[in-house]
Design a protein around this ligand. Structure first.
Ligand code: HEM
Ligand SMILES: *[C@@H]1O[C@H](CO)[C@@H](O)[C@H](O)[C@H]1NC(C)=O
Ligand SMILES: *[C@@H]1O[C@H](CO)[C@@H](O)[C@H](O)[C@H]1NC(C)=O
Length: 323
């Protein structure tokens, strides 16, 4: 009886979750602003040509948008009156980048199609186009998201995964967003690219525990090389998420690093700490890795989290504030 009830309730929830995003479509702007995808692509290619490191930054911005109040561009809003916005949250402050690029794209798209294209769609498209220009990865971006008007640091502190989280905490955070363990392991593979401030490494390298100042689960030679790049107390130096390869490229190397204990965060190491997750890591690390194909599927799914559609929300004129 109980299990039938659980099955039925869960089934209803799944149907509800699906009906919310049923309206996203890659053709959404075909009549409303026919050239928007081409134009966003062109603008973003210009930015990535000038600074290639902004591509991973925009992917992270999209992730942090989607995990807090859904993909509604809430991460782009400046502080609400009398409160602190998502930009002030621990996981964003000092480390989230790319706002100027989104503002630039939005201004140019507004000039072309005033009041038509949401900041949430512009962010989703920009992340994809940036990584497409970066090279090695591409995915589909169904459109039709609308913009929220609320941003809260407290909610972001609750919903963004911290780098010191263990497997159970991480999988619970992803599950709350409708994402599976597999989605989590695949999406974490984004840490094959991009940058980290040494601030995020301080505890693991120098303050791990009274008996072991350095996290013993890091490969010792790797820990030593990290310490050369990130001195004690250095919060500002930027290092690559994957320092084991000569250039920042998209590939499945993240999973090799996880298995060899050469990843930066406890959250990365956690990906091999459950039998289910470890199996997925091993599969990504095989020759002919399905990683990029799996990532395309998972990031498109991430882009559907909690979206506002139809008459919900608004189309912001400026991404940094509600209308
Ligand atoms: C599993 C939980 C995750 C945790 C705990 C986590 C944590 C972090 C942290 C601490 C940084 C470095 C920030 C800094 O100090 O500068 C970072 C960077 C990054 N993360 Fe994650 N992350 C997670 C999942 C993801 C996911 C799902 C994506 C995308 C799909 C992603 C994409 C990135 C990218 C691209 C960067 C580099 C950003 C840049 O170059 O500016 N991360 N992450
Ligand atoms: C669409 O945008 C692209 C890129 O900006 C541009 O090259 C092309 O001429 C535009 N097409 C139309 C019909 O405006
Ligand atoms: C680095 O950041 C930590 C945590 O915010 C802070 O306690 C510490 O004083 C900072 N170190 C320096 C040198 O600014």
């Amino acid at each position: 009886m109980a299990s039938t009830w659980i099955l039925r309730t869960f089934g209803v929830l799944v149907v509800m979750a699906c009906s919310v995003d049923a309206q996203l479509s890659t053709r959404f702007y075909n009549t409303r602003c026919p050239n928007v995808t081409a134009r966003v692509g062109e603008i973003i290619r210009g930015h990535i040509r000038r600074d290639r490191t902004m591509a991973p930054a925009l992917l992270r911005l999209h992730f942090h948008d989607c995990f807090v109040r859904g993909c509604d561009a809430s991460v782009l809003l400046n502080n609400p009156s009398g409160g602190r916005g998502e930009k002030e949250a621990t996981g964003n402050k000092f480390s989230i980048r790319g706002f100027e690029i989104i503002d630039d794209v939005k201004a140019k798209i507004e000039a072309m199609c005033p009041g038509v294209v949401s900041c949430a769609d512009i962010l989703a498209l920009s992340a994809r186009d940036a990584m497409r220009a970066f090279g090695g990865i591409d995915w589909a971006v169904p459109l039709g998201r609308r913009d929220g008007t609320i941003t809260s640091a407290a909610e972001a502190n609750r919903d963004l995964p911290p780098p010191f989280a263990n497997f159970n905490t991480l999988s619970a955070i992803f599950r709350r967003k409708g994402l599976s363990v597999k989605d989590m392991v695949i999406l974490s593979g984004a840490h094959t690219v991009g940058l980290t401030r040494c601030a995020s490494m301080q505890t693991r390298l120098y303050n791990f525990s009274p008996t072991s100042p350095t996290d013993p689960s890091i490969d010792p030679a790797f820990a030593a090389s990290l310490k050369r790049e990130c001195k004690r107390g250095d919060n500002n130096t930027l290092i690559r998420n994957d320092p084991t390869k000569p250039t920042d490229t998209w590939d499945p190397n993240y999973y090799s690093n996880v298995l060899r204990s050469k990843s930066l965060f406890i959250s990365d190491d956690a990906m091999k700490r459950s039998p289910e997750a470890r199996k997925i890591v091993l599969t990504q690390n095989q020759p002919g890795s399905p990683f990029s194909k799996e990532f395309a599927r998972a990031v498109e799914k991430m882009g559907r989290i909690g979206v506002l559609t139809g008459r919900q929300g608004q189309i912001r004129q400026r991404c940094s504030r509600g209308n």
